[in-house]
Design a protein around this ligand. Sequence first.
Ligand SMILES: [Zn+2]
Length: 482
Amino acid sequence: MPAATSRASATGSRRRSVRSGFLGTAVTLLAVTAVTVTAESPAMAAIGADRGAPGQGDPYFPLAGNGGYTTGHYDLDLAYDPATRQLDGAARITARATQELRTFDLDLSGLTVRGVRVNARAARWTRQGQELVITPRQALRKGEGFRVDISYGGVPENITDPDGSADGWITTDDGAFVAGEPLGAMSWFPADDHPLDKASYAFRITVPAGYTAVANGVLTSQRTTGGRTTFRWNQAEPMAAYLATATIGKFDVQQYTTASGIPVYTAVDPREAAGAAPALAQIPAILDWESTLFGPYPFAAAGAIVDHAPDVGYALETQTRPLYDRAPDVGTVVHETAHQWFGDSVSLTSWQDIWLNEGFATYAEWLWTEQHGGPTAQAQFDSYYARPATSSLWAFPTADPGQGANIFASPVYDRGAMTLQKLRTAVGDAHFFTILKAWARGHRYGNGTTAQFVALSEKVSGKDLGALFHTWLWTAGKPAQP
Ligand SMILES: [Zn+2]
């Protein structure tokens, strides 16, 4: 079967493989973000009571996101010229202060800021590493809604992840492959760049005629005048910044609505079209199958972007429109589509809980294989369990990757899926699938934690699952019992 074949040919994970050439070339930005900033550290102590914190305090990426406000909506007006690689942007962000703010931050890496306005009045601003520090003319009161306008531009530079791969605005031979996990959003727009702060988005992207600009959600208009085409996209449901895209290239576009009523937009680089066709043809079936297992599809649109970006080395579950660096196999499409429920609609609270995204999406592949004539999930579990204790699969506990560089490694994906199989055998199919649906429904458009998932599993099943999760999520090394 296709999925079984795909597992043999690729890991099926979000991060397929990282070219060794990227390793060891980590950019200083991540070194900066790796600095531990805690409430007790001098960096935080120096911040006055009316300055928003420069980060959300994520243990792995302390400067990701910001404190003192929550965003409600991003309006991104972008123009990009693939020939010069020049990006010009105007971002309008509506937000609400959660404390009194004389100064607050957005995350922005590279690019040149031309001007900042808060509530339509010019504001002072400075750049401090990845922090764009903004001081409005008038302090914001706790609870006050406000609007920030940032005019900016330049040649975007992608960000190097802790694991050595590139993310953010990644230039291709015909445009850009734009994938933001975990910290790439800030390479192309000013953002509160942490999944804890989700917002709706509208995109207006202008490119030379002949190019297509694909973002998230619903395409609301496409107009060509004077040799340039403007694409407007609307992402109405909340989205984490890292799941935004504005991928640009020369694409074959297909639009249709599935029998169950989901509008689908696919953009495919012609060089990948033949290879991608079999997997893309399965999108309606995958959406229906996953809706049956996980509950109603959470978004107003679906689709895919298949780029020709062979150096990237991974696919990403960009919201409503997964982004593939090459023609995907069916297993990879199943994986990235499952993320629409697990990762996109239900987002993690801390990057340490990345298994809530990747373990679930990997387990969706196992289920697809099981229900489409391939090995059962238990057989897949058994083949992983057969790996020796020295295997990288057991390198660290699933729910404790230890650092950002490990968040896309096998213990998160494969041992994460094994944990779900252990849960399924412990509680039985009826309870297990009730838990998956309840998780997707209960945290829809929000965030979840590992502790909440454990509590839900115990509540639905009526069982004490402490020992199971302790062994499979939190204990180092290969568990003694399969
Ligand atoms: Zn994934």
